[in-house]
Ligand binder design. Structure first.
Ligand SMILES: Cc1cc2nc3c(=O)[nH]c(=O)nc-3n(C[C@H](O)[C@H](O)[C@H](O)COP(=O)(O)OP(=O)(O)OC[C@H]3O[C@@H](n4cnc5c(N)ncnc54)[C@H](O)[C@@H]3O)c2cc1C
Length: 401
């Protein structure tokens, strides 16, 4: 009988690991254990159903975790995600450097991975959660079956509806691995200011700066969205991981980042002068969404329907300051169920970046979001999942030769 490899978690990294293990070693039996009724459920939800699977700009600044560990991953021959999917027959489509399958359907990626694994003879056991891995000197025992090596890739704690509920951390801590503190990342933020309720549904291009007290934690540009008692959008999602253990959080929005204060002041003054008998909100609506204009006026104590002729220079100055720094008090992140990824995970010091094998137990490999690494919004997290999965699979295949 050939040697046996178990893959715990049939998600993005698990499928890549199984495919690469088979490529490296055609003689092994490979079984994926997946707790959901189908593999790769989360992939279908990625990129709003289009699967933003990687990015043309893979500079280290987009990734978080141990820099040396990440550098090894990102320079690995297995880090060519576009080439990998092309080898599975998938052409890519680029939008602002983000890569999607050309079909713009996440199912293209999921189907390619699952079909390849099945046609390579990988067994996928669904509705099969793993709660414990036992080990003797030679073998691992999972759900009553014996294996020679195990790849653990059950994802993080984000979006448990897609299967990743954090249950796989214990499989590794049971073997002596360390779990760092966990925090939701790529997630909306809940807000405390009542006046924002009126802004539900509004979108605005802005620069978002996240502060804890007087300390600037991070700054991102792009479209933000005002939701029910929360704000979201790519800039906010990218900032969310910085909220961990921070107090007195607030976001300051520059609602006109491309225009400086002087130019904005001149623009508003001349518009107001030309429209003395017109309401001031009309002038603001030339710059921002009408509802945002009302919120700005409200914060500057300017009554709705005030005519431009009655607006003072000081009021214009206040409005410009507010346009450049619209502050929003943050209560917290929206939590793991709303998050796309998990910040924190299994400590990467304990995993070889070259092979993804545990430095504590030979024969255990670890990949994907379960590790203490994550990336920005833009295809970076799937890129990490494919890359680490492929390294782990190839090394496990070679380990079992
Ligand atoms: C809504 C949403 C949209 C996203 N969009 C993008 C995007 O466009 N681009 C991008 O780069 N990233 C995106 N991400 C993040 C990305 O999907 C994940 O980082 C990536 O899927 C992680 O891969 P993984 O293999 O580590 O974990 P997962 O893909 O989560 O797979 C883990 C698998 O393990 C299974 N499992 C868990 N515990 C057990 C157990 N005990 N026993 C057996 N099986 C178990 C789970 O059911 C799951 O199938 C998105 C995430 C979400 C939630």
């Amino acid at each position: 009988m050939g040697k046996r490899l178990a893959v715990v978690g049939g998600g993005a990294s698990g499928l890549c690991a199984a495919i690469e293990a088979r490529f490296e070693n055609p003689d092994i039996d490979i079984t994926i254990f997946e707790k959901m009724n189908k593999p790769c459920k989360k992939i279908l939800a990625t990129g709003n159903g289009r699967c933003n699977f990687s990015n043309k700009d893979l500079s280290p600044a987009h990734f978080y975790g141990d820099k040396g560990f990440l550098r090894d991953l990102l320079t690995s021959p297995f880090a060519d995600s576009e080439g990998f999917f092309r080898s599975l027959g998938i052409l890519s489509y680029e939008e602002d450097e983000r890569l999607y399958p050309r079909s713009q359907q996440a199912s293209t990626i999921k189907d390619a991975l699952v079909n390849k694994a099945i046609s390579d003879g990988v067994i996928i056991k669904t509705d099969c959660a793993v709660t414990e891995i036992k080990k003797n000197k030679y073998s691992f025992f999972i759900n009553g079956e014996e294996f020679d090596a195990v790849i653990i890739c059950g994802g993080g704690k984000a979006s448990s509806v897609h299967g990743s509920d954090g249950s796989c951390y214990k499989l590794l801590t049971d073997f002596g691995h360390t779990l760092t503190s966990l925090h939701p990342a790529l997630c909306g933020l809940t807000v405390g200011d009542k006046d924002l309720n009126l802004l539900k549904g509004v979108r605005a291009e802005c620069e978002a700066r996240l502060y804890s007290g007087n300390t600037l934690l991070g700054c991102e540009n792009g479209e933000i969205q005002f939701n029910d008692k929360a704000i979201s959008g790519i800039p906010i999602m990218n900032l969310s991981h910085l909220c961990e253990n921070k107090k007195n959080l607030y976001v300051s929005l520059d609602l006109c980042p491309e225009i400086d204060e002087k130019e904005l002041t001149e623009h508003i003054k001349s518009s107001a002068t030309n429209s003395e008998n017109i309401e001031f909100e009309v002038v603001l609506n030339g710059i921002v969404n009408l509802k945002l204009g009302y919120a700005l006026m409200n914060r500057c104590f300017i009554k709705p329907k005030t005519m431009c002729g009655n607006i003072s220079n000081q009021q214009i100055k206040n409005v410009v300051s507010m346009l450049k720094a619209f502050e929003i008090n943050i209560n917290s992140t929206k939590g793991f169920d709303s998050a796309q990824v998990t910040k924190g995970g299994i400590k990467t010091d304990e995993i070889s970046s070259k092979t993804m094998m545990s430095k504590i137990v030979d024969g255990i490999f670890v990949c994907g979001e379960i590790l203490d690494i994550h990336g920005d919004c833009g295809g970076y997290n799937l890129h990490l999942a494919w890359t680490t999965g492929r390294i782990a699979g190839s090394s496990a295949g070679s380990f079992l030769k």
